[in-house]
Design a binder for this molecule. Sequence first.
Ligand code: HH2
Length: 279
Amino acid sequence: MIWRCRDRVFDFAHGPLVMGIVNLTPDSFSDGGRYLDPASAVARIRELAALGADLIDLGAESTRPGATPVASDEQLRRLMPVLELALADPALCISVDTASAAVAERALAAGAQVVNDVSGLGDPDMAGIVAKSGAGLVVMHMQGTPATMQARPSYDDVVLEVREHFVERCARAHAAGIAQESIAIDPGIGFGKTTAHNFELLARLDELGEFERPVLIGVSRKSFLGRALDLPADQRLDASLAATAIAVFHGARIVRTHDITPTIRAVRIAAATRAARRD
Ligand code: HH2
């Protein structure tokens, strides 16, 4: 399996990829307000890359439960100075975390390699813009919108409904001309899901293997872990590593995290254990 993101082609020969998170927002649930100044954001990006992050996910809009949407202009104001500085280093691979086609278009024109779309092509212009660029695309599943998604998440079978979403959105991507090998899929842990839904997705992650696309998983410091252990966001590292290891054991190939070094270690142990399976 490969994941083609413009000139970067990931073949997973050395195991799952680790995606480092840098949020350029005042209000992200974990690192909000820390990287508002472009110089501090770029320093953080370089630090995560030096620690071994394979790619960096830049977010200019918080998608935490209850968050209100941020206009494209404001996302671009936060994003572009950092993106331009980061992309001056050809060794970096940059993903832009946005559901806005206007933001994606500007980021791709500046050279970003991946669009991480938590709405999974919700913006009708997104697929065409990504197709033209040849960028990688993360198609995530979310029930509802960040503003309302945790009000009353409900599924008959959460894994089945997530799979149906990927069937439909991958067809939409294909119709717009996005290459199959540029798509990664993400069940959207914490996006319109109860704690039980999140654990069920982790337990049954292997069922997403049928798509033959890399599965991205984002559990880092998330509130379902906090609810399970009654711990605040800054004390959820161990729980994040446990959930990450389980996801990789069940087939995740891209792991989105705030904490690079411990995540790389957990991923390597989980990947080695998966490789030792006989099925
Ligand atoms: N989670 C968050 C944001 N973007 N993208 C993908 N593909 N998968 C995820 O699980 C995911 C995501 C939420 O985490 P964070 O960026 O730390 O917080 P915030 O949304 O508050 O900025």
